[in-house]
Design a protein around this ligand. Sequence first.
Ligand code: GUN
Length: 338
Amino acid sequence: MPTQKTHTMAIRYPFVYNVGRCIHNGLSVALGAYRRSTALILSGKELSLLVNEHTSKLCRAFEERFSRKPCLAVVLVGDNPASKTYVKGKKKACDEIGIAHIDFTYDESLSQKSLLELVQSLNDDPNVDGILVQLPLPSHIDEVKVINSIDPAKDVDGFHPVNIGKLLLGQKSHIACTPKGILRMLDHYGILTDSKDVCILGRSNIVGKPMAALLMQKDRNATVTICHSLTPDIVPYVKRADILISAVGHTNVVTSDMVKDGAVVIDVGMNRVPDPSKKSGYALRGDVDFANVEPKTSAITPVPGGVGPMTIAMLMENTVVAACDQKGIDTADLEVLE
Ligand code: GUN
């Protein structure tokens, strides 16, 4: 049966190369206790530079054609420190790539009614192409109501039920940025998912669920297991995984005894641990005990510098795609001068 290509939102890159031959575990097993690390480090930091370069060219071509930049509305409510950091990173990426951003920053006390009115005004504004409402929202605001109020065409996070539903059905949609970034990284490094056992730790709407939906499609052909906080024992599921994706949000959830030799490990965790040697007072750690797990793997993402930069790169790409969609063109219709 021919493989069916869905999710063609992804821009196909000429620089995708196949390093599948690098994915091996023989040496590390053979050397036993003295094994040296042979894992391929999947650098989201490096790949995001390539993706952003291409997105930037698309932005310049868009501006030439429509006399304005693609535009993202960035909404932040409250003072969650992690959210503030993420939003800062997203705005910086917009500036570097050539995406205009309009910023809406409110304190905790913003009412749900005011936020819904803001979203409605952004939906109605033809000069706004994408809307990002940073989550989590303060507890008095119903997140579902807010997400559902965003025009699916401007939902560059891919969180709206229309986009999630289309994704599940294998139809073209805005795809949530973290899962999309993980797939882009696997593709870039030549890691195939066909017939693989993939274990996802975490069932969030942002990562776990869309990740599972993408991997089960006919263009990915993985056998997917999702473990969550009420899975009695995650170990047997993790142990059999060819590809492990951890999106739990706690350090050292994944230890070396749990990981199959030669597995590919994707660490979505962005956990802050106190570190007085840093100016910020904290260091970023993933969910995975990197130092001990890495030698067992064939490929692994670092934290920082792995999934995080890819999430932002995909947000930028989704914004340009949304801008083009709303102008009735495909990104391929933009004349990009190499
Ligand atoms: N909070 C954590 N990750 C995300 C994300 O990708 N998008 C939004 N809007 N909020 C988040």
